[in-house]
Design a protein around this ligand. Structure first.
Ligand SMILES: Cc1cc2nc3c(=O)[nH]c(=O)nc-3n(C[C@H](O)[C@H](O)[C@H](O)COP(=O)(O)OP(=O)(O)OC[C@H]3O[C@@H](n4cnc5c(N)ncnc54)[C@H](O)[C@@H]3O)c2cc1C
Length: 413
């Protein structure tokens, strides 16, 4: 792809850069590694296999076009303000990889450090946020507890009374919170992988898995079978279907998650603002639109249709704390299918079936995990050993009663 045109580039300041073209290939009948799913996690794994381990006999099979799933539908927030050490370490590493991704690849992903405020409306929530700050700081993550006056200074538009019902008692301020363009992240990993010889096959849904005894040895597609030394499932919300072909039952349910944007507005909302109690958040895009998200639908479903109920509920919540949003128009709304695990933490690695691996359970916050998830899965595939960083997220944890419950940090429940 050519460098950004002048008009767009002019508004992007330090983000100016170019994206490398994706090299498209004809499918081979066999690969060392087949990755099912061309979302961020599948593409990042392919990129790190090629760049860190020199493994390039790899194919990424995507049912639709790359990033057509949750990776191209998310609200682009990157953060590491989790509540348990295992998650803080993992997501902070990912955040750092994101910060370096533009210089590593030379591509503009429009990464921007903004800072996130997690508002507290009750004494109990303040206690939780205080604990989060201490835990984050102990692990080198920049998160500070602030009072209402500082909240107001950072977000002048806020109604500290919460419309009289959700008073803002303070917040944890995660200074390293950031945003990056989701489709550019996917494209950057795709280009970096194909440049080194990885194949990306779009519009190639995997319909089944090839088995040889207990081992998975490839995939079925409408265009014929493809043999593989390793098959990695990176199919987002479709994971239970694919894993079933390997006889693997995962503690994952798929739930819709919605988002919407408003019309453009003068730049001025510098921070990402979230409330875990109201379970909603907002940030302002480069174009000036307000990008709003909230909690996932409680009813499991594969539907990606927007619903008026979700829109009404999200709009109600966010306008309690930022009343100026009431005057704005809703421009667009959409939904994705999130793979939510029972403990709200991701599941990465071996499945108990030889030749079949998963990266799943990314739920409502897997965009921020793409670089670290891809890097770790690539190392696991290349070495056959689980990297320490992701060892706590193994599927086996459920059998061992070592669940990593951190629902509060999911923020959107
Ligand atoms: C509305 C919304 C807002 C969000 N906001 C944020 C946020 O602000 N920050 C954050 O960190 N996370 C956020 N998330 C979550 C984040 O988007 C996901 O966790 C992340 O993108 C998951 O990436 P993935 O690669 O695992 O899955 P996906 O991006 O969904 O990719 C999976 C791919 O697999 C393909 N596929 C499925 N089945 C098959 C098959 N049988 N054969 C071949 N291909 C197949 C799909 O077409 C898809 O392209 C949000 C999600 C949504 C929906």
């Amino acid at each position: 792809m050519a460098a950004l045109n002048g008009e767009v580039a002019a508004g992007l300041g330090e983000h100016v850069g170019s994206l490398q073209p994706i090299a498209w290939h004809e499918a081979r009948s066999s690969y060392d590694v087949v990755i099912v799913g061309g979302g961020g996690h599948g593409l990042a794994t392919a990129y790190y296999l090629a760049t860190r381990h020199g493994i390039t006999n790899v194919a990424v099979l995507e049912a639709d076009y790359i990033a057509s799933g949750n990776t191209g539908r998310n609200t682009t927030i990157i953060r590491a303000n989790y509540g348990i050490p295992e998650a803080i370490r993992f997501y902070h590493h990912s955040l750092k990889l994101y910060e370096a991704l533009e210089s590593e690849t030379g591509a503009a992903i429009f990464h921007r450090r903004k800072g996130i405020l997690w508002l507290a409306h009750t004494e109990m929530a303040m206690r939780t946020e205080r604990g989060r700050c201490l835990m984050n700081q102990a692990l080198g993550v920049e998160t500070e507890l602030i009072g209402p006056a500082e909240v107001r200074r950072l977000v002048p538009q806020i109604d500290l009374t919460g419309s009289g019902r959700y008073p803002v008692l303070g917040a944890s301020h995660h200074l390293e919170g950031a945003t990056a363009r989701h489709d550019r992240v996917a494209w950057t990993f795709a280009a970096g992988a194909t440049e080194r010889g990885v194949h990306i096959l779009q519009h190639r849904p995997v319909t089944g898995l090839l088995r040889d005894g207990g081992r998975v040895v490839g995939v079925e597609t409408a265009a014929g079978p493809i043999q593989a030394g390793i098959v990695l499932s990176a199919v987002g919300g479709r994971v239970t279907e694919l894993a079933a072909h390997a006889g693997v039952r995962l503690p994952v349910r798929t739930h819709p998650l919605h988002a919407f944007v408003t019309n453009d507005f003068a730049q001025g909302l510098e921070k990402i603002v979230a409330s875990t109690e109201l379970a909603c958040y907002v940030s302002q895009t480069e174009r000036g639109q307000m990008l709003i998200g909230a909690e996932f639908d409680s009813q499991p479903s594969y539907s990606r249709l927007s619903s008026f109920d979700a829109l009404r509920s999200y709009a109600y919540k966010i306008t309690r704390i930022l009343p100026f949003l009431r005057d704005m128009r809703i421009l667009r709304t959409w939904a994705g299918s999130c793979d939510i695990s029972v403990d709200f933490s991701p599941i990465m690695g071996f499945t108990g079936v030889d030749g079949f691996l998963v990266t799943t359970g990314w739920g409502t916050w897997g965009f921020e995990a793409i670089p670290a998830g891809g890097e770790a899965m690539a190392e696991l595939i290349a070495t056959g050993r689980t990297p320490n960083l992701i060892a706590p997220f193994a599927l086996d944890r459920f059998r061992q009663d070592l669940a990593l419950a951190d629902q509060g940090s999911a923020g959107t429940r």
